[in-house]
Design a protein around this ligand. Structure first.
Ligand code: SF4
Ligand code: SF4
Length: 499
């Protein structure tokens, strides 16, 4: 099957095909639910969109720009022929989380942003939407049958079940290793389950991929915060497993250090997102849930997390939602598409503003914010123009719910609890960039714990390098044990490490 039947289609013809729009919920509809905004392609439209690919010769710019280096033209060729599962298998050669990346990668600055159709004046091929389609197609039709290699007798512990942890777990389990994944939250999935809102990635996809990984024999040990008081330590894991991968993310929220930041009604972004996007049964016991309905909500911060918070607040029935950012829109780090969606959903943006203090009402709950206007000064180390306060420009706005979405830091307390682990100034774990090896033997790290808060796909790319290096290490270890006449460990039959 292709759009011209058996007749070949040349580059010029392909360039004349207009982009197939992806159906999506209207703003009026979607502000009343947490379902994904995009409804996805159907079989007919995805074939047309994939046919727009010019099948560029290697090295293809889209593949180079993809952190997983997916063989995009080969996958799109299969899609253009109606071979959806074959296309999915091409993506799986390099990436195991196509259902996630197809939805959450900022494709406009990765694969799609480099597509040469854009350079020819057309709309770049919608690579991410096609990738999500083929992954969903394979899942809905139960086509993927994974066969792990024969058991090696080697064991791996992974700390963290976000994108880096899940990707590494699947890669290593498929190579026959026994993998245990330790997760601090009540359910597996880390950032994918607890951090990304449902209107970008519905949780049934995360649940399905966790189940797929569990079927490979991977065990998820939840409600276990490694290196916390009374919990197992990294050294405990190193004593029981042949290799340990730290995929702990970068989950410590940045703060402003201003008056009133601890008032009731001032929320950290991660707590707000978790509590508004998930049922109470998925939250840790006792975790508070904000009352958003009818509230005037102000979110502070211009990244993707800020966009996620304002859009969650709208869906919870807030009376008004405003996003405050200290620079202009041109310097905003978050995705432009998210801002466009947010505006369509009624969110108001206040650029060049910054809170000075949060002011309580008579009941002690936050009621107002003293804001200050800013102007742009000279560029800072990031290359963006520095926000400079305008003295005497302070003004007061009403806010009965505030969310701070200021970015995340690595968990300094975690890394300080691992003896001899080398880290950078702010706690990012230092690794060999080619292998993910840390300064400790048997210990690897990947993802935001290494890079600082970054993209899902960047975390996965690091996890892939680390997993492949762990696999190589375990093969050598097996040979050494064999030479010494030592039987392989069978600790996949052992209980996980307990506190
Ligand atoms: Fe594009 Fe992300 Fe998929 Fe790579 S993983 S092809 S960057 S959507
Ligand atoms: Fe196809 Fe665009 Fe990649 Fe070229 S750059 S191979 S047209 S997706």
């Amino acid at each position: 099957m292709n759009i011209t039947g058996s007749r070949p289609i040349d580059r010029k013809e392909r360039l004349l095909i207009p982009r197939e729009p992806v159906p999506k919920q209207s703003p009026e509809e979607r502000v009343h639910n947490f379902h994904e905004v995009y409804l996805g392609y159907d079989e007919e439209s995805v074939v047309v969109e994939a046919t727009r690919c010019l099948q560029c010769p290697a090295p293809q710019p889209c593949t180079l720009a993809c952190p997983m280096h997916n063989d995009i033209p080969r996958a799109l060729w299969h899609v253009s022929q109606g071979e959806f599962f074959e296309a999915y298998q091409v993506f799986r050669e390099t990436s195991t989380l196509s259902e996630v990346c197809g939805r959450v990668c900022p494709q406009e600055r990765l694969c799609q942003g480099s597509c040469v159709v854009g350079a020819h004046g057309g709309d770049p091929v919608y690579i991410g939407k096609i990738e999500a389609f083929v992954a969903d197609y394979a899942r809905k039709n139960g086509l993927l049958r994974l066969e792990p290699a024969a058991r090696t007798g080697r064991t791996v512990a992974i700390v963290g079940s976000g994108p880096a942890g899940l990707h590494a777990a699947e890669v290593l389990a498929l190579r026959g290793h026994s993998v245990d994944v330790y997760e601090a939250w009540p359910k597996p999935g880390g950032l994918l389950y607890y951090g990304i809102p449902c209107f970008k990635l519905e949780k049934d996809k995360v649940v399905a991929l966790v189940e797929r990984i569990e079927k490979l024999g991977v065990r998820f040990i939840c409600n276990t915060r490694i290196n916390a008081p009374g919990q197992p330590s990294v050294d405990d894991l190193l004593a029981q497993y042949d290799a340990v991968l730290l995929a702990i993310g970068s989950g410590v929220p940045a703060t402003m250090g201003i008056e009133g930041e601890d008032l009731p009604g001032v929320w950290k972004s991660i707590d707000f997102l978790v509590a508004t996007n998930l049922p109470k049964s998925d939250l840790p016991p006792g975790m508070p849930v904000p009352e958003v309905k009818g509230k005037h909500v102000v979110v502070v911060g211009g990244g993707d997390t800020g966009s996620d918070c304002v859009r969650s607040a709208v869906r919870c029935g807030a009376a008004s939602v405003t996003l405050s950012y200290r620079r202009t829109e041109a310097e905003m780090p978050g995705r432009a598409e998210d801002r466009q969606f947010a505006r369509e959903e009624g969110i108001k943006y206040e650029f060049l503003t910054q809170p000075v203090r949060f002011i309580p009402g008579e009941d002690g709950h936050v009621a107002q914010i003293e804001m200050r206007r800013m102007k742009l000064g000279e560029p800072d180390a990031s290359g963006r123009r520095r926000p400079v306060p305008i003295e005497g420009s302070e003004f007061i706005i009403n806010a009965d719910l505030v969310v701070l979405a200021l970015g995340f830091w690595p968990d300094d307390r975690f890394v300080k609890g691992v003896p001899d682990l080398e880290t950078k100034k702010w706690g990012e774990i230092i690794v060999d960039p080619d292998t993910g090896k840390t300064s400790r033997v048997g210990l690897w790290a990947a993802g935001d714990a290494v890079n600082g808060a970054d993209l899902v796909v960047t975390a996965m790319a690091g996890a892939r390098r680390a997993a492949l290096n762990i696999d190589a290490y375990l093969k050598v270890l097996t040979e050494v044990y064999r030479a010494m006449g030592i039987e392989g460990s069978t600790s996949d039959e052992k209980a996980p490490v307990a506190a």
